[in-house]
Design a protein around this ligand. Structure first.
Ligand code: PLP
Length: 394
């Protein structure tokens, strides 16, 4: 805690500058040092045997990891944070902290595909029944609850198809039925949606995205409210799923510019998305801030902003070969997974996602765009040239 935090409550920008550092204990150096290590030396046998001290062995964390945990706990207004080596790992951790063999959990159809792989493979070995629901189900979710249901998982907006969920309605149903709620909040970040203030028990952020912001680290953060913190913490301790100290150090550094980067990505993505809405090649823009995005009303009601990731559906008149010709020759947009970095990326939506879109009468190819920090005009020029290649018959 810095002097300013003790004197009066800080705004988000001031908080992002203050969190996770202890300048006075750091010989006046503004930024915290990087601690790496496994062994921690104890002065007495009693201290060694009783695991005394905040850090007794590397697997119990380090000041570097703790700085990021503390910073994230403040930002998310949670009871505590645990950090894993990837967003993917954090998803597994959060789910493992609430399930037991033979239980039933509800997961949205729009979930991040590797989450579904975890559910369909690892969880099925524990005889956990996983039922997928329409992300727009809202209060209708109550009908899916069974005697052995323990949790409702949410991801809002959903991966690729961007459906925004009615989180307050689902939380209310969950509480009434004694179920835990988990959300993957990576897209909104706590800057634009604070799950715990909506009553969600566990919230996941793939720190690989906007927290890292430079496409050079992998991290995942899970926060819990007071009631669910002990179970999350003990599951984490059992799994020994600690992140690398250097990635935490870099993430903490990136937090200082977190809001600046996210706001700029939001501004640029909104401009590009609006421009794409008017292009003849595009049938639909799936961006939560746009009315045509399923669940937009929940975004307008619950969120404080939008970020740089959205999808588009092309008109159903282009060939796969022209699509590849478009995507493989982009100048600024690169072909690559992940998002939330400074660079713009574009990827075609998978066949599985396309099948779900077909069920909604969208037959064109889908593309996911991650808008980075480049000039808007350059991104538009790149897309115009790309659309010309798309339209060239090959
Ligand atoms: C919504 C969402 N959650 C979680 C993850 C997983 O993050 P990581 O790449 O750190 O495993 C991703 C990655 O793309 C994602 O898009």
């Amino acid at each position: 805690m810095t002097k300013s935090e003790e004197t009066f409550p800080l705004g988000v920008d001031s908080l992002l500058c203050a969190v996770g550092r202890h300048t006075e204990e750091q010989f006046g150096f503004l930024n915290p040092p990087l601690y790496k290590g496994s062994t921690i030396i104890h002065k007495t046998v009693k201290s060694l045997e009783n695991h005394e001290g905040r850090f007794f062995y590397g697997i119990a964390g380090s000041p570097t990891i703790a700085n990021l945990e503390d910073a994230w706990t403040k930002l998310t207004e949670a009871a505590g944070t645990v950090i894993s080596p990837s967003g993917h790992g954090s998803i597994a951790l959060a789910i493992l902290s609430v399930i037991s063999a033979g239980c039933h959990i509800l997961v949205p159809e729009s979930v991040f595909p590797p989450t579904a792989v975890f559910c369909n493979t690892f969880l099925s070995r524990l005889a956990v029944e996983v039922e997928y629901y329409d992300p727009l189900i809202g209060v209708g979710i109550e009908k899916l609850i069974k005697d052995n249901t323990v949790a409702i998982y949410m991801e809002s907006p959903g991966s690729n198809t961007m459906e925004v969920q009615d989180v307050p309605a689902i939380v209310q149903i969950a509480k009434r039925n004694g179920l835990k709620t988990i959300i993957d909040n990576t897209w909104a970040t706590p800057l634009f949606f604070k799950p715990h203030s909506f009553g969600v028990d566990l919230s996941i952020e793939a720190g690989t995205k906007y927290v890292g912001g430079h496409s050079d680290i992998l991290l995942g953060l899970v926060t819990a409210n007071e009631e669910n913190w002990p179970a999350l913490k003990s599951t984490y301790s059992c799994l020994g799923m600690l992140p690398g100290a250097e990635d935490c150090h870099m993430a903490l550094r990136s937090l200082r510019t977190f809001r600046l980067r996210v706001r700029e990505a939001e501004r640029k993505a909104l401009k590009i998305a609006k421009w794409l809405q008017r292009r003849d090649e595009v049938e639909r823009v799936l961006h939560p801030a746009f009315e045509e995005c399923p669940g937009h009303e929940y975004w307008a009601r619950d969120f404080r902003g939008s970020t740089g990731l959205f999808s588009i559906i092309l008109r159903p008149r282009y060939s796969r070969a022209s699509l590849e010709h478009m995507l493989e020759n982009m100048v600024i947009f690169s072909l690559g997974y992940s998002w939330g970095g400074y660079e713009s990326l574009i990827v075609p939506l998978s066949e599985e996602v396309s099948e779900r879109l077909k069920a909604r009468n969208h037959y064109g190819y889908g593309l996911r765009l991650q808008i980075g920090l480049e000039d808007i005009e350059d991104l538009q020029k790149d897309l115009v040239l790309g659309f010309e290649r798309l339209k060239s018959v090959i």
